[in-house]
Design a protein around this ligand. Structure first.
Ligand SMILES: *Cc1c(COP(=O)(O)O)cnc(C)c1O
Length: 370
């Protein structure tokens, strides 16, 4: 819980309470509380339609989909990925017994730099796992071209990319598979939740088995599956939340525009502009703090905001390559990742969400200006 005076970086999108209670009543009456119930089926259909994707499989969170995507494609050996992400991206590679290989990012987008991928490919490489950071699309054409040339699979961690479109088409259909998170902190949430997006029905079937321990029917277990199922209560919550997500994104859009207008004149503060042909979701509003020109460092600004009860977040800091066992890999060396370090040390995500008041917005701006 946070007090009324605190401005959080995000706020969960929540359905109308009374509407939710009505759905709960149905679940109580039916006593069907999990395992592919009516709400689960309805939410899969509704989300596939909303996101403009052919098939989608719901999950209990956004991390199991990463694990299963690597499993179902039988990824072994080395997986090329980005150090500039949430830890779940690399953790999923490790949990599959594979070695993550870090490639530097493009400073224009924060995403893996396709031009640096090829140099990281070895005979052990089997896949690339890029991330659409802040929902900014990766260079999917360049990545596809490299993957095709080297016979590699591509799994997008699209956790931030809810509703993001490129030239009117969902970016969630890029690569062999894409995964998404519906965690409370994301643009759209089912409290905890997630999905894998796939292009064919056969793949959906296989993934649906894997998320239910490998059960194809009562007696047939097709392989070593896991439990990744989403329950009926969160599916019902998710269905109701889908009614509000467009308005939430519109509100975020307005706040992003207002931030850009207010921050433009400030020396030493830069931000990402909207990309033509891209429908953004405004899940984050990251700024880059240039100490030389702004006067104080990112960390000093971050702490100054905290003292005024404004909770910005340093997404993504620290870099994934600096933690745990990952830091011992040769690709984790600082010299290999200069752009990732530069961004990680200057990034600050400002509060942006559907419940943000004009007053709160002004408090954030005042704190950055003064
Ligand atoms: C949120 C997130 C995840 C994990 O999602 P959960 O639903 O929290 O398990 C994975 N990757 C990225 C980039 C994320 O931001």
């Amino acid at each position: 819980m946070v007090d009324n005076n605190t401005i959080t970086v995000t706020s969960p999108l929540m359905p109308d309470f009374d509407e939710f209670v009505k759905e709960l009543k149905q679940i109580w009456v039916s006593k069907w509380i999990t395992n592919n119930g009516d709400f689960h089926k309805k939410l899969e259909t509704a989300l596939a339609e909303y996101l403009k994707v052919p098939y989608l499989s719901l999950f209990t969170n956004g991390t199991i989909p990463l694990l299963i995507a690597l499993q179902v494609l039988k990824i072994k050996g080395e997986v090329i990925t980005t150090p500039y992400s949430f830890v779940a991206t690399t953790h999923s590679i490790w949990w599959n017994g594979c070695d993550p290989v870090f490639v530097d990012i493009d400073p224009a987008t924060g995403n893996i730099d396709p031009q640096k991928i090829e140099a990281a490919i070895t005979p052990r490489t089997t896949a690339i796992m890029p991330v659409h950071v802040y929902g900014i699309p990766c260079n999917i054409m360049a990545i596809k071209e490299i993957a095709d040339r080297h016979g590699l699979k591509v799994i997008y961690d699209a956790a931030h990319a809810f509703g993001v479109e490129l030239k009117g088409e969902s970016i969630l259909t890029a690569g062999n598979l894409s995964t998404i998170s519906f965690h409370a902190t994301k643009v759209y949430n089912t409290i905890e939740g997630g999905a894998i997006i796939m292009r064919d029905a056969e793949m959906k079937k296989e993934i649906d088995f894997l998320k239910n321990f490998g059960f194809a029917d009562e007696v047939t277990i097709v392989g070593p599956g896991i439990n990744g199922k989403l329950d009926e209560i969160r599916a019902a919550y998710g269905l109701l939340n889908l009614n509000h997500v467009n308005v939430a994104i519109e509100t975020r859009h307005k706040i992003a525009d207002a931030y850009r207008k207010a921050l433009k004149p400030i020396e030493g503060i830069t931000f990402f502009e909207d990309i033509p042909d891209v429908k953004h979701n405004y899940g984050y509003f990251p700024i880059l703090v240039d100490r030389e020109n702004y006067g104080i460092s990112r960390d000093e600004l971050y702490l100054k905001m905290r003292r005024q009860n404004i909770l910005g977040r340093r997404y993504f800091y620290p870099l994934i390559n600096t933690i745990g066992t990952y830091r011992h890999h040769p690709s984790a060396a600082r010299e290999n990742l200069p752009n990732a370090y530069q961004m990680s040390e200057s990034i600050l995500c400002l509060p942006i969400h559907q419940d943000m008041s004009d007053l709160d917005f002004q408090r954030v701006i005042d704190c950055i200006i003064k």
